[in-house]
Ligand binder design. Structure first.
Ligand SMILES: [Zn+2]
Length: 340
């Protein structure tokens, strides 16, 4: 008997009962729970992917609500981590699949744990470094992944399969969306119809890959919704690709030392210390209250003073605000939190 929940999808001939069984036994990891991640998670959970894990390091803000469809005004007012808000919503939509929110950072040190057991990765990030890392990991471990990028009204998506051309073969192309420095959603904006379109295109390829279809789109697709441009960009394997041909990895395995990443569109840096220790919030807040205003929240400690402001999370990473340079962010971390 066809389960009622998935009946419309099972009646679609290219999925059928066999395809649905494959989806139910699949594990997908979504990296980033912004606009693309929200739409992808929503569609994958409703489609009955048996295990959906999502990873994100941010808290819900009011400016997210225009396009990040899983969050509410209450989530923004309470600055709830995106992954927890998304999990709560989606568990009410489909309680039959496993939903695993991970509040943290994807980097070379965490990728093994975060991608364990994955049949497919959905890229819903906003930066190129993370995509290169995902690409290297997926080439090495032969995991398919689906790329998506969206800025303004302009987007791009591509599916990368084991053995085929990889993101590194392709990303030399001048048209790759999201690559132009300074051109981000914060500076030039983004249409919510674009993020919904790009993420749905990603999920469609993901469903094909997971169900074993041979209709997976071979070439990356470029879309421009305002001026109505849709066209494929031919992609070929680079016979000298350092990643998928020579297996020389730049991002994977580069775990040593403290990492500092500029936060997209903000005058802020995320610091991930090399020694991952949970900070003692109680002791720190006593020490810091002599220097500025300390607020202890469920998921993080917030500190504000005229000379430094930051949010420190339970895994030891921190977002340092009003920091112009990586060096300044690291020195704030050392001075106020310590242990770098
Ligand atoms: Zn390659």
């Amino acid at each position: 008997m066809i389960p009622e929940r998935y009946s419309r999808q099972i009646r679609y001939a290219h999925i059928g009962e066999k395809g649905q069984e494959k989806l139910l036994s699949s594990t997908v990891v979504i990296v980033g729970m912004g606009a693309l991640g929200c739409v992808s998670a929503n569609e994958l959970v409703r489609a009955g992917v048996g295990h959906v894990r999502f990873v994100d390091r941010d808290l819900v803000e009011l400016s997210n609500l225009q396009r990040q469809v899983l969050y509410t005004e209450t989530d923004a007012a309470e600055a709830v981590p995106k992954v927890f808000a998304a999990a709560e919503y989606l568990k009410a939509v489909n309680s039959e699949v496993e939903i695993e929110p991970v509040f943290g950072d994807l980097n070379a040190g965490t990728i093994d744990a975060l991608f364990s057991g994955a049949d497919l990765i959905v890229d819903a990030t906003d930066n190129l470094e993370t995509r290169y890392l995902i690409n290297e990991y997926c080439v090495e471990h032969q995991i398919p992944w689906v790329y998506g990028g969206a800025v303004g009204a302009e987007g791009m998506t591509a599916a990368f399969l084991p053995g085929g051309p990889c993101f590194c073969c392709f990303s030399g192309h001048a048209g790759v969306s999201g690559q132009t420095p300074g051109r981000t959603c914060s500076t030039v904006g983004v249409l919510n119809t674009l993020t919904a379109t790009v993420a749905s295109l990603q999920v469609t390829e993901a469903l094909k890959i997971l169900t074993g279809s041979d209709s997976v789109r071979k070439d990356p697709l470029y879309v421009e919704l305002w001026d109505n441009d849709f066209y494929p960009i031919p992609m070929e394997k680079n016979p000298d690709c350092p990643v998928c041909v020579h297996h020389r990895y730049t991002y994977l395995g580069s775990v040593s030392g403290t990492q500092a990443v500029s936060v997209c569109g903000k005058n802020a840096y995320q610091i991930v210390p090399s020694a991952r220790k949970s900070p003692d919030f109680q002791a720190l807040s006593e020490k810091l209250s002599a220097l500025g205003k300390v607020t202890l929240r469920s998921y993080y400690l917030e500190f504000e003073s005229p000379s430094a402001s930051f949010r420190l999370f339970k895994d030891g990473r921190a977002i340092i605000s009003n920091a112009d340079t990586e060096g300044r962010a690291k020195s704030v971390y050392s001075e106020y939190i310590g242990g770098l």
